[in-house]
Design a protein around this ligand. Structure first.
Ligand SMILES: [Ca+2]
Ligand SMILES: [Ca+2]
Ligand SMILES: [Zn+2]
Length: 437
């Protein structure tokens, strides 16, 4: 009976959580922050200063570089309860690379941006790197690992931001005016992931400033379906970006209106997260566009990082969003200070660190005789497949990989050269394999 009751409570709770599924809890965090009055006044001041700056600098940010490339030192706080959550360095570095590609408009999928939008995609001229000095000036890798009790996470029932608080088992922030703090932890409840990340807007409480990402959504290889866009989206919030639908839906899952704004003229008005988890390019929920669009009625911009689209169709920030980012980078004291931080950017130049998928694929022994071992090193999620081709390019075997480590029986292959292709929806590597007995 007790067991049944427990199961029942679990079901009710799961349904409750499901009904409240949100990819991003940033607006929830803002609401909480403003209710607690934690920086409410400074939040509104930050908005006012940014808007004033923007009014006076419109043409400069749209058409000219305002500064050399801005380089932002990042510290990652990996707060983990088990080995899987203690994500490898390679995941973190791949995330930095994705951040740099997306903020520098170097992302491979930019070419998928629809013609109506592709001229307004912005090179935001912002790069991210691992911090190489800690707050005391000592050398650091910029990656802090902390084993934590089960309370160290975002917990919507019992507290918020515990991951940032050493007293609650989290890891303490490094000064927000010198570092972008990114925490990763497990925010799931009963194995259900309902929040992928959240961020704090400029002007909020500097003691909790930064971004929190669900651990298995960080990095390019975390899940085969995801391309590190969750962190791009959250860092966008950290730089002042709002959701393109402006969070005006009366309730979760309900449609909003067309009369609110994300404070950006070139992102078309839209009603709600209509593209949630999808990539529907036929959606056009509002027709009262900002004067930027004159008489044109553009479709909803599902390509935008500040939407809830699938990672694979998120391709861009707009020039208007870049201007809004710069309005904070030029006026908010903490965001201004970070642009001249000397705490990093010597170790990893980020965008130039090409993270090569084939480096994750190990095939041994090679030459092989009966069995070849295939190890997907430093990848934290299965979901890959492999194919073996002979030297003439004919497909011999094709199979899904259920584990990151597999042993493949190659007894039926005759001596010679083969090619082993390992791939997911977005990554491919091909290795040579020699069979010799
Ligand atoms: Ca807009
Ligand atoms: Ca429209
Ligand atoms: Zn968001």
């Amino acid at each position: 009976m007790k067991k049944q009751l427990l199961l029942f409570s679990f079901l009710v709770f799961s349904l409750l959580i499901k009904a409240q599924h949100e990819k991003c809890a940033t607006s929830f965090a803002l609401k909480k922050g403003l209710e607690a009055n934690a920086g409410a006044a400074s939040f509104y001041t930050a908005e006012q200063l940014a808007n004033k700056w923007l009014a006076n600098n419109k043409s400069a940010v749209h058409h000219n570089k305002t500064k050399a490339i801005i380089k932002i030192p990042v510290v990652f706080h990996v707060v983990y309860k088990n080995a899987a959550q203690n994500i490898p360095d390679s995941n973190i570095i791949s995330q930095l690379q994705v951040l740099n590609e997306c903020f520098r408009k170097q992302n491979a999928n930019y070419t998928n941006t629809r013609p109506i939008f592709d001229t307004i995609g912005a090179d935001c001229e912002i790069e991210f790197c691992l911090a190489d000095k800690d707050p005391q000036g000592n050398p650091t890798t910029g990656i802090i690992r902390k084993s934590a009790p089960s309370t160290a996470a975002f917990d919507p029932l019992n507290g918020f931001d515990a991951v940032k608080s050493p007293a609650k088992g989290g890891d303490t922030l490094w000064p927000a005016n010198q570092y972008l703090n990114i925490w990763t932890c497990d925010m799931s409840l009963f194995s259900f992931t309902f929040v992928l990340g959240y961020a704090q807007f400029p002007g909020m409480n500097p003691q909790t400033d930064g971004v929190v990402i669900q651990y298995d959504y960080l990095g390019k290889y975390s899940k085969p379906k995801f391309l590190g866009r969750t962190t791009v989206h959250e860092v966008g919030h950290w730089l002042g970006m709002r959701h393109i639908w402006a969070d005006d839906a009366p309730g979760i899952g309900q449609q909003g209106t067309c009369d609110s704004t994300d404070f950006v003229g070139d992102t078309p008005n839209c009603k709600s997260q209509s593209a949630s988890g999808s990539c529907n390019t036929s959606t056009n929920t509002c027709s009262n566009e900002d004067p930027y669009w004159s008489t044109i009625d553009p479709p909803d911009m599902v390509e935008n990082y500040m939407d809830y689209s699938k990672d694979s169709c998120m391709t861009m920030f707009t020039k208007g969003q870049k201007a809004r980012m710069y309005s904070f980078l030029n006026t908010n004291p903490d965001r201004m200070a970070i642009t001249t931080s000397t705490a990093g950017c010597n170790t990893y130049a980020g965008i130039h660190d090409i993270d090569d998928f084939s480096a994750h694929v190990e095939l041994f022994p090679n030459p092989a005789s009966d069995v070849v071992k295939l190890n997907l090193k430093n990848l934290s999620h299965a979901g890959y497949s492999y194919e073996i081709y002979n030297a003439n390019g004919q497909l011999i075997t094709k199979e899904a990989l259920n584990y990151l480590y597999s042993e493949i029986d190659v007894k039926s292959l005759s001596n010679g050269l083969y090619f082993v292709k390992v791939y997911s929806e977005y990554h491919t590597a091909t290795k040579r394999l020699v069979i010799a007995r």
